[in-house]
Design a protein around this ligand. Sequence first.
Ligand SMILES: Cc1cc2nc3c(=O)[nH]c(=O)nc-3n(C[C@H](O)[C@H](O)[C@H](O)COP(=O)(O)OP(=O)(O)OC[C@H]3O[C@@H](n4cnc5c(N)ncnc54)[C@H](O)[C@@H]3O)c2cc1C
Length: 388
Amino acid sequence: MTTNHINNTKKIAIIGGGPGGLTLALILQRHGIAATVYEREAQDGNAQRGGSLDIHEDSGQMALKEAGLLEQFKAIARYEGEDFRLFDKTGKIYMDDRAEDGEQGDRPEIDRGVLCDLLLNALQPGTIRYGYKLTEAAAMEGGRHELHFDNGEKVTADLVIGADGAFSKLRPLLTDAQASYSGLTMVELHVDAKAYPDQAAFNARGKVFALDDNKGILAQLNGDGKIKVYLTFTVEQSWLDTCCIPFDQPKEAKQQLLAYFDDWAEPLQNYIRNSEDLVLPRRIYMLPVGLKWEHKPGITLIGDAAHLMSPFAGEGVNLAMRDAAELALAIAGHEDTDQAIQAYEKKMYEYSAESAQSSDDNLKLMFSGNAATNLKALFDELYEQFAQ
Ligand SMILES: Cc1cc2nc3c(=O)[nH]c(=O)nc-3n(C[C@H](O)[C@H](O)[C@H](O)COP(=O)(O)OP(=O)(O)OC[C@H]3O[C@@H](n4cnc5c(N)ncnc54)[C@H](O)[C@@H]3O)c2cc1C
């Protein structure tokens, strides 16, 4: 393992303690480079945000290897979570892929909270400062930045990295690009799989996609036995404000949501009927595909802050972790930090643009006419390419 003595004298600030920021701090730590993570939440909140994630071999798993956690990850990852079933609204089944028992695929699942706990447990105590919400950042001479936090603290950093997600506070220092509404709004529900064995059997051990009429019911079994369900609507950005669904009154909200799927097959509707009294609406945002910025010394972005995309390539967390690994290795491998950042940015623009494009293509395909037929055709094409 290389140790970069020059960088050890520099103060590195990472804004955001999501999967990207934590992976970055850990890989830097393994190369003897200290960094501090500033996280706005009062304590780790990763378990509460988002569900099961499939961790890809060439990105997320590559980063875990660099973080020294690949074996630990493999011991707890859910390989059976690669089950995938595809339906249209009538309940006609288009795909029913089941992971072979005991076989290790290349995209095993792990819950976001469990993944972040792995990273957190390996970090040196004191690496993360909770309750530090960045409110303002100002460029100073020599690539340094003054960072202001909402708790009144001020920090000066030689290098600041924005790992602060979709609405990054650091992004405006590099580009005018803003996250825009993708055209999709999701409503998240939860079904206790143990309480509904029929639903659990229908869902199998992984994901179900039911796509039709420019809508979707997307379901995913998590490691805690809950099925996370995302009702997905192609609607105006203002829909959540104008649809009159009382999201804070779950029973009534679920009745009204069911009406949007009144001609869908019963096992699909049951995802709504069987769900708990928690209804979480969220709009899906994205940055322009292929976003780049003019390099500036002393600052860069990783993860959603750099290339927020819709979740339909299943790449978001994988890219955040790959960015973290690429940046940490570049910093450890260059005497000149500025050259390291430029090398990272050049590489990241290329691979993230590809993923952002396929995520956008998949979004259009999955919420257009004949979505189930078209998605099946896309999978067939990919399998064929893979087999060659
Ligand atoms: C519904 C949905 C489903 C998804 N499914 C998948 C999937 O199946 N597979 C996949 O790979 N990806 C998926 N994603 C995307 C994935 O969750 C993100 O791409 C990933 O979490 C990005 O990691 P990150 O570390 O860059 O940012 P985040 O996970 O967003 O972390 C950012 C961190 O920064 C903190 N922060 C924000 N602002 C500030 C501030 N001002 N000061 C200090 N701290 C701040 C936040 O509290 C947070 O801890 C999904 C996303 C959604 C919305």
